[in-house]
Write a protein that binds this ligand. Structure first.
Ligand code: KIV
Length: 276
């Protein structure tokens, strides 16, 4: 089987089939996501918070993103891999943005990239697409702008910002993005945007009317001890399961019941005899 393409996603929107996306940052997890048949893996810069322990996504570098994207690509054959362009990798110049987007494709093996922002990023988006790299947009709550937005808040609640959100989505569509993430947007506004554009919208905290959904995998599996946003549904609670297993391991090592005979290797006695 070949990887999910942008046209498969467009067809899904046209046929009103829901699109699924989850984040992953490592080989083992990405292999499970692929086995579950999820359409897209986003190697998100949420990496900074859930894997690297930063306060926000701002310190994440291109080299960190490439390192983790490579692992995800190695684990997958069918899933589309989306590399998330980190803070400052597309802000300084269009040339740098194209080069960094290209690293996700050429070095890491991703098929597409995502970047945050609307009208103000249209020229950058166009240049990356001109380099034959499919781009996913991301509007609403854009975590790389946390200092400008004054926190992680719902976006588009008043007329001015709601109008801006619709205009951003249309501008990104016109620039050629294949899909747009809508993060932390009121449900009726996300519905409106989804109806206004012909490309798939992928919601996170944006209600059920988007063409698809995305969640951070560590949040939805109950593996992250930090703040979990209200829009996350925990499909599993792995933290206590993992901690219990670790405590059992500690107990068995300390009392001497692990490793048992079946966990060890044998050697012929005559070899041993000759050692002494
Ligand atoms: O970095 C990330 O995980 C994201 C999703 C929240 C959409 O951008």
């Amino acid at each position: 089987m070949s990887r999910i393409t942008t046209s498969v996603l467009k067809n899904k929107k046209e046929n009103q089939e829901a699109i699924t996306m989850l984040t992953s940052y490592d080989y083992s997890t990405a292999a499970l996501v692929e086995e579950a048949g999820i359409d897209m893996i986003l190697v998100g810069d949420s990496l900074g918070m859930v894997v690297l322990g930063y306060q926000d996504t701002l310190p994440v570098t291109m080299d960190e993103m490439i390192h983790h994207t490579k692992a995800v690509v190695r684990a997958t054959n069918n899933t589309m891999v989306v590399g998330d362009m980190p803070f400052l990798s597309y802000h300084i110049s269009i040339e740098e943005a194209v080069r960094n987007a290209g690293r996700f494709i050429q070095e890491a093996g991703a098929q597409t990239v995502k970047l945050e922002g609307g009208i103000e990023r249209v020229d950058t988006v166009k240049a990356i697409i001109d380099a034959q790299i499919p781009v996913m947009g991301h509007i609403g709550l854009t975590p790389q702008s946390v200092n400008q937005l004054g926190g992680f808040k719902v976006q588009g609640k008043d007329l001015e910002t709601a109008k801006k959100l619709v205009a951003d989505a249309k501008a990104l569509e016109k620039a050629g993005v294949f899909s747009i993430v809508l993060e932390c947007v009121p449900t009726p506004l996300a519905k409106k945007v989804t109806e206004e554009v012909s490309i798939p919208t992928i919601g996170i905290g944006a209600g059920p009317y988007c063409d698809g959904q995305v969640l951070v995998i560590n949040d939805m599996l109950g593996m992250f001890k930090g703040h979990i946003p209200k829009f996350v549904k925990k499909y599993a609670n792995l933290q206590p399961i993992i901690v219990d297993a670790l405590k059992e391991y500690k107990k068995e090592v300390e009392e001497g019941s692990f490793p048992a005979d079946e966990h060890g290797f044998t050697i012929n006695d005559d070899v041993l005899d000759k050692l002494y």
